[in-house]
Design a protein around this ligand. Structure first.
Ligand SMILES: *[C@@H]1O[C@H](CO)[C@@H](O)[C@H](O)[C@H]1NC(C)=O
Ligand SMILES: *[C@@H]1O[C@H](CO)[C@@H](O)[C@H](O)[C@H]1NC(C)=O
Ligand SMILES: *[C@@H]1O[C@H](CO)[C@@H](O)[C@H](O)[C@H]1NC(C)=O
Ligand SMILES: *[C@@H]1O[C@H](CO)[C@@H](O)[C@H](O)[C@H]1NC(C)=O
Length: 288
């Protein structure tokens, strides 16, 4: 080891801890789940379009790039406000009132972004349409945002930045409420029930989609008359779940343990399932 390493490691650790809290959607495993569920449900036409749009290094695996939109947030600063919706601390959502960025520019929220990238993808294969869009990026943004809009704390209160300013303990570890919903619930479930294996978790969600939940799936897939994407429905469900489950019984410095974990895990599984089913349904309508 070089003699400098004694200094470098503490400096690196300091740097890691001083990075600002990043607001992002489901963690890597949550997004991966949504995209894996979706890709298997694609029609032949949608599967072919997705295959063509994915970069070759993705090896036709959409889930491998489902967190791309989080990784480029610093390079594409303009995109960072497209991952969520803030309501004025109320338990309902209204597009005209809530879908805007911090400067008040309308349409700049996760719902507006889903509509935006859906519209771009609708030009796929149309030689007379505007071809200035990068449809690979449109696909990766849409796939990511369809996950984010299903994370309850991505459609939640402005004053606490979607639970990012609420300090809690996840069992014994200090974190913030937002991170509990992005990562901790999923990771603890994987560790306790799925041999620390995200694939096993995803497999059980898929089994429930074709089993337990199969009656509800057509309702999840449905969009309003002739609509291609229906993000406002998902956003309304999101803020309801945030109030009913994420924020409920939580205050600053709450210790969240088994009670919280076991009652919220079904909500997380359901939202991941809905995100995956709806991403597939949307891509099937786009490329249909
Ligand atoms: C729509 O997509 C374009 C291209 O990525 C981007 O510049 C713009 O900010 C997006 N707007 C919204 C509301 O998503
Ligand atoms: C192709 O794009 C052009 C220009 O935007 C539009 O008028 C036309 O309806 C599109 N065709 C199809 C099949 O969507
Ligand atoms: C489209 O976006 C991808 C991902 O950012 C990039 O690798 C690719 O070069 C872009 N394609 C074009 C034609 O700009
Ligand atoms: C699947 O459904 C069963 C039966 O309702 C439930 O006990 C289980 O928690 C569900 N698992 C997931 C991952 O959704």
């Amino acid at each position: 080891m070089a003699s400098g390493s004694g200094i470098q490691i503490p400096v690196l650790i300091l740097l890691l801890f001083s990075l600002p809290a990043v607001i992002h959607g489901w963690g890597v495993d949550g997004h991966l789940s949504v995209c894996q569920i979706a890709q298997e449900r694609l029609s032949d036409a949608a599967a072919a379009a997705v295959k063509e749009l994915l970069p070759s290094y993705a090896d036709n695996d959409l889930s491998s790039l489902c967190s791309w939109a989080d990784r480029i947030k610093f390079r594409y600063r303009w995109s960072s406000e497209l991952h969520f919706i803030n309501t004025p601390d109320v338990c309902n959502y209204n597009y005209d009132r809530d879908c805007k960025d911090s400067k008040g520019v309308k349409g700049r929220c996760v719902s507006g972004a889903i509509t935006n990238y859906t519209n771009q993808l609708l030009t796929y294969g149309n030689s007379s349409a505007d071809s200035s869009y990068n449809l690979t990026e449109a696909l990766l943004f849409l796939s990511h945002f369809m996950g984010d809009i299903h994370q309850p704390l991505h459609v939640s209160f402005a004053s606490d930045k979607g639970g990012n300013t609420i300090d809690v303990h996840w069992y014994r570890r200090k974190t913030v409420l937002h991170h509990v919903w992005d990562d901790n619930i999923i990771e603890t479930a994987e560790d306790q029930f799925y041999e620390s294996n995200v694939e096993e978790f995803v497999d059980e969600i898929k089994r429930n989609i074709t089993g337990e939940w199969s009656d509800q799936v057509p309702k999840w897939e449905k969009c309003t008359n002739k609509g291609v994407a229906c993000p406002d429905i998902y956003a309304s469900e999101g803020i309801t779940a945030a109030c009913d489950w994420a924020y409920k019984d939580v205050k600053e410095d709450s210790v969240l343990g088994d009670d919280y974990f076991l009652t919220r895990l079904p909500v997380v599984s359901l939202r991941l399932a809905q995100g995956g089913v709806r991403l597939a349904a949307t891509l099937n309508r786009i490329f249909g």
